[in-house]
Design a binder for this molecule. Structure first.
Ligand SMILES: Nc1ncnc2c1ncn2[C@@H]1O[C@H](COP(=O)(O)OP(=O)(O)O)[C@@H](O)[C@H]1O
Ligand SMILES: [Mg+2]
Length: 352
């Protein structure tokens, strides 16, 4: 399924004149390094490499939706221009197979190709350095064997090829590979940077929204700008379908986020406080039946307990620990229902 070029196939509806069908995360992906917000360190260093056209192997790491993929795509466009990047850039992401055979075949075949000649006009407009770039997006999903194989490929073909590995957790990249790369850490976007980007998009799309909606969306997305932009687009779609309601409201934002309604959360907390085992079992059953997610419950319960001044520090510590424990079990695939039940009972025991 890999496209083999930096141009990803997009499921678009070209007949839609307003561009509503195009995902906004693609539509508003930064085109140039200068458009990448909040990653000043990475951008400054990479821009310097544009001048010398002397690029090291690179390792980008950091949380999702912070601009890693956008940055490398922008860099390759500025290095080669739109035409030459077709033959000079290979992008593999997690949807491609990641076993050792892929690294052997695809990467090696591409790595050993001699570089194609740039056209006169490309040469006049872009640095067009004499090497290719291989982007391995979500490289932390590669097996250790595949990573070792990659290390050898990297050494053998470093004359004509540069690698850019992208991952969330730098610790999942084997050391011999990581140590060959310049590392760039991408930070979660702070709220002012993220807010101005959302405002820009809302403005471009002529959206109307209640005060606080964008802030709420950012709050829900916690520094993941991809998530925030996707939420905004979904909200806009809902508003567009209802002729009379032209404005995105806080209610829309909350609905989309899967945020548990205030009354329902309070209901749950009251039953927990009541310490009646049968009532807790029924309430949790009802909660799960209504389709609320345990993950949202954990986040919101955490917020409720931490911000509530009527609980002392010791209580907050104990609740946090229980929430943390449930969270890690859920991440490892535990049943939502059982985890909610377990959590509710344990928290109820903290009340006296
Ligand atoms: N630093 C940033 N500056 C501007 N836009 C960003 C930034 N980070 C993320 N975005 C937005 O979020 C979307 C996802 O970004 P992406 O580069 O794919 O993130 P990552 O690869 O780190 O998960 C982009 O299309 C862009 O619209
Ligand atoms: Mg990415």
């Amino acid at each position: 399924m890999s496209s083999g070029t930096i141009f990803k196939k997009q499921k678009l509806n070209p007949s839609d004149g307003k561009g509503q069908a195009k995902p906004w995360v693609e539509k508003y992906r930064p085109r140039k390094l200068d458009d990448v917000a909040a990653q000043d360190h990475a951008v400054t260093v990479l821009k310097r490499t544009l001048q010398t056209a002397n690029l090291p192997h690179m390792l980008f790491y950091g949380p999702p939706g912070t601009g890693k993929t956008s940055t490398i795509l922008a860099l390759t466009k500025e290095l080669y221009g739109p035409h030459l990047s077709n033959s000079r850039v290979l992008e593999l992401n997690a949807s491609d197979e990641r076993g050792i055979s892929i690294v052997r075949e695809k990467v090696k075949n591409f790595a050993r190709l001699t570089v194609s000649k740039p056209s006169e006009s490309d040469l006049a407009n872009y640095p067009c350095p004499p090497y290719k770039i291989i982007i391995l997006d979500e490289a932390d999903s590669m097996t250790a064997d595949a990573q070792s194989a990659l290390r050898r490929t990297m050494e053998t073909y470093s004359g004509v090829t540069r690698f850019c590995l992208i991952c969330n957790y730098v610790t999942r990249i084997i050391d011999p590979l990581a140590s060959r790369c310049s590392k760039f850490r991408f930070k979660a976007l702070d709220s002012s940077n993220a807010l101005s980007r959302l405002q820009f998009i809302a403005n471009e799309e002529s959206l109307k929204y209640e005060d606080g909606v964008l802030e709420r969306i950012l709050d829900i997305s916690q520094g993941d700008l991809r998530k925030a932009i996707t939420l905004l687009q979904s909200a806009a779609k809902i508003v567009l379908q209802n002729d009379d309601a032209n404005t995105i409201t806080l209610k829309h934002a909350n609905e989309l986020s899967g945020t548990i309604h205030e009354e329902i959360l309070q209901d749950l907390i009251n039953v927990i406080k009541g310490k009646d085992l049968n009532k807790i079992i029924d309430k949790v059953q009802e909660f799960v039946n209504q389709g609320w997610s345990a993950a949202s419950a954990l986040t919101q319960l955490h917020e409720y307990y931490i911000k509530n001044e009527s609980y002392d520090t010791e209580f907050k510590n104990k609740v946090s620990w229980l929430l943390f424990d449930s969270d890690s079990k859920l991440t490892n695939g535990a049943s939502e229902h059982l985890q909610m039940l377990n959590l509710a009972m344990k928290v109820s025991q903290l009340y006296n």
